[in-house]
Design a protein around this ligand. Structure first.
Ligand SMILES: Cc1cc2nc3c(=O)[nH]c(=O)nc-3n(C[C@H](O)[C@H](O)[C@H](O)COP(=O)(O)OP(=O)(O)OC[C@H]3O[C@@H](n4cnc5c(N)ncnc54)[C@H](O)[C@@H]3O)c2cc1C
Length: 474
């Protein structure tokens, strides 16, 4: 046990409000270091499950899409596939098998038994006391020397007539009891919206994406354009610059969605759909945790933290999606939680490195990147201060099929100086996420353009094209 002496003024050394990705990681590391830890969560933590269900469902569904596409293309490889055109999706079976697989792989961890789990909702009484409303309705109070805020965020609904009544969010989508037949309207334009649209089209369902402005605005726009073109070629309809105004039940028992189109002087337009999925963003449940009792500095609904995840209230910390300015990613929350526990209970003062975290967007054509977008690099170093190498490539997987290879593209952005350190790498194509994992380690180790081009590729991988990307963008 490396933790300092337990402070008898409080029951626990650490109380985690939220036992999801970040909160549980922090609690596990803290007990490993000898701290006395309470973890409050209405669902995951208390159930002892150590996996993020939403992400798991999404990734399995993405895999289902890829397999469907694969079956259709298998004939090109000589397989006698009867009736590939009549391929149909058994939604219930997919959902039920994902559930079984997710439960099976959910890790339990030996360290769990040292955490005191409270199966309920936590809310502040003061900076050291948290009221727990147990799911059994019992109420109790726990006190802690340190309090960690790790509640994540919850999907929001647009405040328009019919929104709650007729709309669902990504949380419900992943466990819909019946298949999403008919027409689905996915409102948003962020990653979750694009991924759900990708899953729907990939599984053979009809989908329209509606975005208030442009989709994936914060991402590299050249890559986003390719992604959209690929999705359009698969049948996704994009309505950009459109904002829903109301949803009502039409006489035909389908949903009548009215929306304003800002590119047509806010003209009101209409569409008929069978379901509406809100993917317009997420907010931290600040009222539920009674944040006003402790009053840390906020940025809209997010908690402001410094490099050590400290809020403006000395003993309160925030990590994961609730913390302002942090990449909203599972491994980020886990790493931040683990490091926080180390700082609190082992004296190691290492801050989390939020730079160059790779991420993937799991649309049928995957997009993955690490580091800066071209727009960000130009802003930081000017157009003449960077060098971009790029090119389309032909994945081996597409060589025998009739799959369009027009959207498989990669680029490397480097600072234009003697060493040309790599600032960003982007790729669309099969297994893009897998490819980017290794390159993110390379960038974090100081990868330069010269080293990249001196590297011998692995034949026949798509990743090897990065080592041969000699075409400079003018
Ligand atoms: C649809 C979807 C797809 C995603 N896909 C990816 C992906 O592919 N890759 C990736 O890296 N990230 C992905 N993410 C993001 C990832 O899930 C989050 O970044 C990550 O889970 C954040 O961790 P967290 O600990 O902040 O919150 P969470 O993991 O959400 O955990 C928060 C916990 O707090 C609990 N809680 C809430 N309120 C209270 C309260 N009052 N008291 C006690 N407990 C409370 C909740 O029950 C929950 O268990 C996805 C997110 C969504 C929604």
């Amino acid at each position: 046990m490396q933790v300092g002496k337990h402070d008898n003024n409080y029951e626990y050394d650490l109380v985690c409000i939220g036992g999801g990705s970040g909160g549980l990681a922090c609690a596990l590391k803290a007990v490993e270091l000898g701290a006395k830890v309470a973890c409050i969560d209405p669902q995951r933590g208390a159930a002892g499950i150590y996996t993020n269900v939403g992400i798991a469902y999404k990734k399995h569904m993405h895999q289902a899409c890829l397999l469907g596409i694969g079956v259709c293309q298998a004939a090109c490889y000589g397989w006698n596939v009867r009736n590939a055109r009549k391929l149909s999706m058994n939604w219930q079976k997919l959902i039920s098998n994902i559930k079984i697989a997710t439960e099976r792989v959910a890790k339990t961890d030996d360290r769990m038994k040292y955490i005191q789990f409270f199966n309920g909702f936590g809310s502040f009484v003061d900076a050291h006391s948290v009221q727990v409303k147990m799911t059994s309705n019992e109420e109790l109070l726990v006190t802690g020397k340190y309090i960690l805020l790790a509640t994540g965020t919850q999907p929001v609904y647009l405040k328009i007539p019919g929104s709650l009544e007729y709309g669902i969010t990504s949380d419900e989508f992943f466990s819909l009891p019946s298949p999403p037949t008919g027409k689905t309207l996915c409102v948003g334009g962020g990653v979750v919206c694009m991924e759900i649209a990708g899953i729907l089209i990939g599984l053979g369902f009809n989908v329209t994406v509606m975005a208030r402005s442009k989709v994936l605005q914060a991402f590299d726009q050249e890559m986003v354009k390719l992604l959209m073109e690929d999705m359009t070629s698969r049948g996704v309809v994009f309505l950009q610059h459109c904002l829903p105004k109301s949803i009502a039940l039409a006489r035909c028992k389908r949903l009548l969605v009215s929306y304003n189109n800002s590119q047509k002087k806010d003209a009101e337009e209409f569409g008929i759909f069978d379901r509406v999925i809100w993917a317009i963003g997420r907010r931290a449940p600040l009222d539920d945790i009674n944040i006003s009792a402790v009053n840390p500095a906020l940025n809209d609904s997010e908690i402001i933290v410094n490099e050590y995840e400290e809020t403006t209230v000395p003993n309160i910390y925030a990590i994961g999606d609730i913390a302002s300015g942090r990449p909203k990613l599972f491994p980020v929350a886990v790493a931040a939680g683990t490091l926080l526990a180390q700082r609190l209970f082992s004296g190691v003062r290492q801050a989390m490195n939020y730079e160059n975290v790779a991420r993937a967007i799991y649309t049928p054509l995957e997009y993955s990147f690490v580091g800066l977008t071209e727009e960000e690099a130009e802003k930081l170093f000017d157009k003449n201060g960077i060098v971009v190498h790029h090119g389309y490539y032909e994945p081996l997987e597409y060589a025998l099929t009739h799959h369009s290879r027009n959207f498989c593209y990669m680029k490397v952005i480097a600072k234009f100086d003697e060493h040309c350190p790599v600032l960003g790498m982007h790729i669309t194509g099969p297994n893009a996420g897998e490819i980017m994992q290794g390159f993110s380690a390379a960038i974090n180790s100081g990868l330069t353009l010269h080293t990249l081009f001196d590297t011998v590729g692995v034949c026949f991988t798509n990743a090897q094209n990065f080592t041969q990307l000699l075409n400079e963008k003018k």
